[in-house]
Design a protein. Structure first.
Length: 341
C-alpha cells in the first residue's frame, strides 16, 4: 500500500479522505496548522469507525508558510491536497482568501514535485467552474471555467478558480512529469465528523434549528462527502484520471426551500419544526440594503447553475448517492453528535 499525504486533515473533506485511505490500508500522513488538533482529529475518526489509526501520523504545516511542507511530503507517493479556506462570510479584502489558496497550492505542488510524488489530487470546487456567466441555460461541465471578472463572483469563487488555474499552469511548466487530477464538488453534504462544521453543514444546522428567516431563491448543487472522498481516492491511482478534472455532483441543483423540505421529510420530528417560507426576490433586495449576507445573495437569485456528472460516471465509473441521502445524512450526523436537539 502507498504512503499518502492529505493536507487539511482536520477539515470535513480531509477527514473523510483519511477514513477511506485508512480503510484501504494505506499509510497516511496529514497536515494540520497546529499539532494540538491531533487528539481531536483522532477521536473524530475513531468515532466514525476508522480502522488502522496506527497508520496515521500528523505534521504541522500552514498554507501561508514554507515550514513543514518538505517534511510532510517526504516519502509519499501521492498527495491529496484538500486544505483551502472556506469562510461563512466573505472577507472585506479578497486577498485574505486568494493568497492562501493560490500560494498554498503552489507550496504543496512544489514540495510534492521535489519529493518525487507521482500524482497530486486537488480538491477544487464548482466555484471554479460555474460562476460569472449570469443566467445560463446550458449545463456546466469540466471544460467550463468561472469568469473571475463576471457578475456575482465573490472572493471564495475567485480563490478556488485562481488556485486551480495556478495548479494546472504549474504542472504544465514546472511539474517535471508529476501528474495532477482535480475534483470539483458542488455543495458538500453528508455526515459531519465533529462539531467543526463546514459551511454547507452549518446551513443544514440553521435550517433544523429554524434560525433562517426564510429561503431566498438561491440554488445549490449537492454531493455527499463520502462520494467526494471516494472520487479523490479513485482519481489518485486510476490511469484515466491523469491530468483530468471531474465535477462531483449528485443530480440537479436544489433551492434552499427544497433542501428544507428534504430535511423535514427525512428527519421527521427531529427535523425543521416549521416549514420554511420562500422569500420573494423583492424582499431579499430590500433586506440587502441593511444586511451584507443578503447583499451577497442578490446577484445569484434564481440562477441554478446546473452541473453534469457524466464524466465522473463514465471515466471513473462513479455512482453517486442521491441529493436526499446526502442532505438527510448531514442532519442525522448533527443529531448523533448532539449539535442539534
Amino acid at each position: 500500500m502507498s504512503s499518502i499525504l492529505v493536507t487539511g486533515g482536520s477539515g470535513f473533506v480531509g477527514g473523510h479522505v483519511i477514513l477511506q485511505l485508512l480503510a484501504a490500508s494505506h499509510t497516511v500522513r496529514t497536515t494540520v496548522r497546529n499539532l494540538s488538533k491531533e487528539t481531536a482529529v483522532r477521536e473524530a475518526l475513531a468515532s466514525a469507525g476508522a480502522t488502522n489509526l496506527d497508520k496515521l501520523t500528523f505534521v504541522a504545516a500552514d498554507l501561508e508558510k514554507d515550514d513543514g511542507w518538505a517534511e510532510a511530503v517526504a516519502g509519499c507517493e501521492f498527495v491529496q491536497h484538500v486544505a483551502s479556506p472556506f469562510p461563512i462570510a466573505q472577507p472585506k479584502d479578497e486577498n485574505e482568501l486568494i493568497r492562501p489558496a493560490v500560494d498554498g497550492t503552489l507550496r504543496v505542488l512544489k514540495a510534492a514535485r521535489d519529493a518525487g510524488v507521482k500524482r497530486v489530487v486537488q480538491t477544487s470546487s464548482f466555484a471554479a467552474v460555474g460562476y460569472g456567466h449570469g443566467h445560463r441555460d446550458t449545463v456546466y461541465d469540466e471544460t467550463d471555467w468561472t469568469d473571475v471578472n463576471g457578475p456575482a463572483v465573490q472572493p471564495y469563487m475567485k480563490s478556488k478558480t485562481l488556485a486551480e488555474r495556478a495548479a494546472w499552469d504549474f504542472i504544465e511548466r514546472e511539474g517535471n512529469g508529476m501528474e495532477l487530477a482535480v475534483v470539483n464538488p458542488v455543495g458538500i453534504f453528508g455526515p459531519a465528523l465533529n462539531n467543526d462544521l463546514s459551511t454547507s453543514i452549518e446551513l443544514v444546522k440553521q435550517m433544523i434549528e429554524g434560525k433562517l428567516p426564510g429561503a431566498p431563491r438561491l440554488y445549490l448543487g449537492a454531493v455527499d462527502v463520502r462520494d467526494v472522498a471516494g472520487m479523490q481516492v479513485k482519481a489518485m491511482t486510476d490511469p484515466a484520471a491523469k491530468n483530468q478534472r471531474f465535477l462531483a455532483v449528485a443530480a440537479g441543483a436544489l433551492s434552499m426551500f427544497e433542501m428544507s423540505e428534504i430535511l423535514r421529510a427525512g428527519l421527521g420530528d427531529k427535523g425543521p419544526k416549521k416549514r420554511m417560507r420562500e422569500l420573494p426576490d423583492w424582499l431579499v433586495r430590500i433586506v440587502a440594503i441593511f444586511n451584507p449576507l443578503a447583499r451577497e445573495a442578490v446577484p445569484r437569485l434564481g440562477i441554478k447553475g446546473e452541473a453534469s456528472n457524466k464524466k465522473a460516471r463514465e471515466v471513473l465509473g462513479w455512482q453517486f448517492r442521491s441529493n436526499e441521502e446526502a442532505i438527510v445524512a448531514s442532519g442525522e450526523s448533527l443529531i448523533r453528535l448532539g449539535i442539534v436537539g
